[in-house]
Design a protein around this ligand. Sequence first.
Ligand code: ADP
Length: 620
Amino acid sequence: MAKSGRQELPKTGAEKGNDEARKFSWKNWGALGKMGSYLRPHAWGYALGILIISASGILTLLVTRLWGQLGGVGTMGDGPAQVESPMQALNIDMTNLTSIGWTILIVLFVQATLSFARVVLFARMTEDMMRDMRSDAFEAIVRMPMRFFDTRRVGDLNSRVSADITAIQDIFTTTMAELLRQVIIIIGGILALLYFSVTLTLLMLATLPVMIIAAILFGRFIRKLSKRTQDQVAESNTIVQETLTGIISVKSFANEALELVRYGTSIRDIRTLALKGAIWRGAFASFIILFIFGAITLVIFKGADLMASGGLESEHFFTFLLMTGLVAGSIGGIAAQFSALQKGLGAIESLMELMDEPQEPVDTRSESLTKLKLAGRVQFKNVHFHYPNREDINVLKGIDLDIAPGERIALVGPSGAGKSTMASLLLRFHDPVSGDILIDGQSLASFPLTAYRKRVAFVPQEVILFGGDIRSNIAYGKPDATENEIMDAAEKANAKEFIDSFPEGFDTLVGERGVQLSGGQRQRIAIARAILRNPDILILDEATSALDSTSELEVQKALDVLMQGRSSLIIAHRLSTIRSADRIAVIADGTIQEWGNHEDLMAAQGPYFRLVENQEIGLA
Ligand code: ADP
């Protein structure tokens, strides 16, 4: 329908507005709250996870302390090295290298086990959450009203949602855990350092805050740069996608060079941006290294000085060095975790926003759907309509139309007149802005949406088949159809013959990985789908592309069977279809200009006559 036509239009930057990256701000911590329903079932798991991470962080500090002890005892020989109280309680000799070594091994073993448990535990919880989120996001998207899809590029939507879900997955599998571990190491480490030597610790701390602030600011700047690169990459992917989707247009207009230039400019920009990003990332890395190493050098120097003057035990000196490295490393790493966290929270925000978008009242429970049966009277009552995204253009300007049950109405008129829009309204893709559409005398809006649509069949101009075999493509009209029903529908749609001519018959795969069906064949599949569905109201957007006369005849015969006894609204282009209609409505500029059957309208020599004269209606 109208949508297929729009896809080929070049997209402007403005259309991307909705999908632009959203900035994270601390206010958006609320986004995490919205994750409540996904997090709640795992509350105990997360509590356990936090406990494991805390224990593991403390053990890291302990191992560092023990390494320092090894160094101290090593330099002094087995002597009166200081004995730590917890070790004393465990009756471990902290003056003996062997017993320190064994203790370290045991602690490492415990830590290894904890880490393993932590990774598996978080993966399990996160994968559960991701499964639920993926399914909810997909459900939210398929439940969106058509107006949602009118304003978005489907490719963008798909990649944005999967990128969001990946970012969310990252924060729950690693980022949160790492962040917590690093915070524990930093706080615990600093407390321990203070215990060993206040002077040394103060010296080190004097350099840390500067580093933290600088690192965070720096990190934020770099994130902005890399975001711009990502956007540029997405932009260039869109060019590829658009070129490939519209390859027919590209080739037929011989515009390969134009596309090459368009793509070339875009990827050059990626390179420039990425290189700029790399320089800043490099500067960032150097900056961190200088500060960490600078701080360590300063501390080693001061520490050695203190030790030489007897102000610091040797094992404390070693511990101090190791722990400073650990703490500084954690501080350096924390900026990266923060940016991952921000990205994840932004992703949560955007995903939750998507799920909060108003949805259609689609009913996915199948049992309640079968009850509706329509006689098929369709009335348009002074229907006015403009598309939500183009409020200034009135597409329908007071349409009055009355289709009796079983009647066939052909809509004819120039392109852009509003014919497809009428079909969209009848499918309830949109609601009229004013006026009403009545079905069997009742307002269309008062019907349960899904039950109503189940009574309507739409055969589009461009039939898109789903990947899979022919059988399942026909059964799309009625997923619980029996084999006999499917055969019967194919027979009635004049499709059985060509299907049987394939070696694999109904099992023949179609679509990208299967056979390519011709336009006429695809249409007959779509007609078989519609026959199987057995609708009360039929909407047909006749293909404008010329079929050869045999296919045309086959399709026409199939349509005749399909339309039998159903109220049909046909956006018609071929004279043969138009003549077989009970009545013809000539639409132009959003209004019905003329009514009647072919003979009467020809005799009237009005707009219809002129359409036929000018061959705007195909004389096939
Ligand atoms: P026809 O089927 O008679 O060719 P349409 O109903 O497709 O005409 O289009 C009528 C008008 O509505 C045209 O001006 C078209 O540009 C506009 N239009 C169609 N679809 C949309 C849409 N999804 N969003 C905004 N405008 C649309």
